[in-house]
Design a protein. Structure first.
Length: 115
């Protein structure tokens, strides 16, 4: 049976449908995409638990780690950003994730005299 997100639904209905789909199929990228978009529109304090679930489900997906890290960066949670980088950089071989890390270091640490 094919499971898909209906296009004629409101945003909240799509979110509810995506959650129902994930209860049946944890690997539905369409459903995850709807929920990722929703999480990106919220404050990190409201979406952090979702991001943890996401990276638990897809622990080697650099794109998902990067989305999570960028959400923390947007809120200037630099301690959490650094802990996330520590958790993922070695085990997730992803160029965009590493570029994100290098840009983070340049932007936050590059001006320090001891760096």
């Amino acid at each position: 049976m094919s499971i898909y997100i209906r296009e004629d639904l409101t945003r909240n209905e799509k979110i509810q449908q995506a959650r129902r789909i994930l209860n049946e199929n944890k690997h539905s990228l369409d459903a995850w995409s709807i929920l990722i978009q929703d999480a990106q529109d919220k404050k990190i304090t409201e979406s952090r638990e979702f991001y943890e679930t996401l990276i638990t489900q897809f622990p080697t997906c650099g794109k998902f780690w990067k989305i999570y890290i960028e959400s923390e960066m947007k809120d200037r949670n630099y301690e959490k950003v650094e802990k996330l980088f520590q958790r993922c950089l070695i085990k997730v071989l992803n160029i965009d994730l590493w570029k994100c890390y290098l840009n983070y270091v340049r932007d936050t640490k590059g001006k320090l005299s001891s760096f």
